[in-house]
Every structure is written in C-alpha cells, then in structure tokens.
Design a protein around this ligand. Structure first.
Ligand code: NAD
Ligand code: ZN
Length: 234
C-alpha cells in the first residue's frame, strides 16, 4: 500500500511516543506521573486558578521527561518516508515534539507543543530550558518583557483546537490515498472522525495500535502491535 500510495498521510497519538519513555495517559499507572492529575495540570480553568500546579508538574515530571526522550524507530521511519516523498504530512495529537526531532518537517500539531512556552500578554516565546532555570528564582514564572503570565503552547482541556491547523489536517485527510493511524485509541475528536473521512474519500486505511480501536472494523489493515516494531520493519 505504501509503494502504491501517491499521497500518504499519517495520524499519530500518544502510543507512538510510549517507546520513547513518554507514557500515554492510560499507561501512566505508576511513578511520578500518578502524583499529578491531568484533570488539573491539563485544564485551562485550573491553570488560571492555580498555575503553580502546572509548573510543579512541569519541573518535576514534564521537563525531565522531555529532556531524556528521544525519537524511536517509528518516528525515524516516518521522517524517512517523508524524505522519500511518500509521506506528505503527519497529523499528531502529541505535544512532545518528537516527530520534529526525528527530522519530520510537515507536522500538524492539533494540540500544540509543550516545548514552546508563551507569554499570555505579549506572546513572547520562551524555551523550556529558559523557563526551567527561571523557576529556581520565580515560581510561577512571568514574562521578562511585560511581567505577564507564561503558559505552554498547548491546547488545554477546555480550549478549542487551533482552527487553521484543524483545517489543514482536514484538507490533508481529504486529499490522501493512504491514511495510517499509529498509536491512537481513536476515541477523542477529531481522532475519531479523520480516519472515517479518509475512508469516505476513497483512501486506504491502516491502523497500527497495541489495543483494538473502535475503527478497526472499517480499516483495510489492522496491526495490534508496537509502533516501533511495525514501522521499523516497514
Ligand atoms: P491514548 O492514550 O488515548 O491512546 C494511546 C493508544 O496507544 C492506546 O490505545 C494504546 O493501546 C496505544 N499504544 C500504547 N503503546 C503503544 C505502542 N508502543 N505502539 C502502538 N500503540 C501503542 O492517546 P491519544 O489517542 O493520543 O489521546 C490522548 C491525549 O493525550 C491526546 O490528546 C494527547 O495530546 C495527550 N497525550 C500526549 C502525549 C505525548 O505527547 N506523547 C502523551 C500522553 C498524552
Ligand atoms: Zn510578555
């Protein structure tokens, strides 16, 4: 199917980064992740009310994890398929930036990227390294330019997806002739609807996910296996 494809699009979820040591929500049963509740650190209302909770999570969990995580065979295989001109776009729900670190260029980030930090007042951008150091003396951190609050450039629960990115993802989905899902449970929107849209447009649908998904029955091929194993072989 990959050899035959003229326009391949991939959709990735937390599962593709699991083997890079970044747990999926449901995989995070033990360790320090469990100490922090995603209903709090990933929720916009909670963030505005108590930003220290997010920055505590950032300092103790997210930052160390991002610093040690490296792209795995699956991320690397996708970057190679793009370089060969086969893969045209990656649509991702992940916020870890591992696709870009692997060398992928066209990455449509539906939920933003936790490696980018922004001032909520003047939009000035900061790296995670700068803000991590800043936390030693200022907690929660503020903008050095205007003293505004800082936030990660991610879509929190309670916020809507970036319209332009969503629009582009929809266009790519309508355009492709091969749509491959990797490491997503396909239960949240728009994850649940993009593969259906691809299929309706006549594309072939491949799903690679450890567990069954609600869309397995409409896929042309389903692999219930680890992403790095499958993509490594491909
Ligand atoms: P999900 O947690 O709902 O589903 C992940 C799926 O990956 C599961 O069905 C699981 O069976 C599968 N999986 C686990 N390990 C795998 C592996 N090695 N190979 C193949 N499949 C594997 O994730 P989701 O559908 O992406 O949605 C959850 C939300 O969590 C998203 O909104 C995302 O932004 C956020 N999230 C992101 C990250 C990240 O950026 N790495 C990590 C955790 C959560
Ligand atoms: Zn500012």
């Amino acid at each position: 199917m990959i050899f035959q494809a003229k326009y391949m699009v991939v959709f990735t979820g937390a599962g593709i980064s699991a083997e890079s040591g970044i747990p999926t929500y449901r995989g995070a049963e033990d360790g320090v992740w469990h100490k922090y509740d995603p209903a709090k650190y990933a929720n916009i209302r909670y963030f505005l009310k108590d930003p220290k909770y997010y920055w505590g999570f950032f300092r103790e969990v997210r930052y160390p994890l991002l610093k040690q995580a490296e792209p795995n065979k699956a991320h690397i295989a996708l970057a190679k398929l793009e370089a060969k001109g086969v893969l045209r776009a990656i649509i991702t729900q992940n916020i870890d930036g591992l696709h870009q670190l692997a060398g992928s260029r066209r990455v449509l980030e539906l939920h933003g990227n936790t490696r980018r930090i922004l001032c909520m007042e003047c939009n000035k951008g900061y790296t995670i390294d700068t803000v991590y150091r800043q936390l030693e003396t200022q907690f929660p951190p503020t903008c050095s330019g205007c003293s505004g609050r800082l936030r990660p450039e991610v879509v929190f629960f309670g916020e809507s997806l970036p319209t332009a990115v969503l629009e582009e993802a929809t266009q790519e989905t309508r355009r492709c002739d091969l749509f491959m899902v990797i490491g997503s449970s396909l239960v949240v929107q728009p994850a649940a609807s993009l593969p259906v849209m691809a299929k309706q447009q006549g594309a072939r649908l491949v799903i690679i996910n450890k567990e069954p998904t609600p869309l397995d029955s409409i896929a042309d091929v389903v692999f219930h296996s680890a992403a790095s194993e499958m993509l490594g072989d491909i």
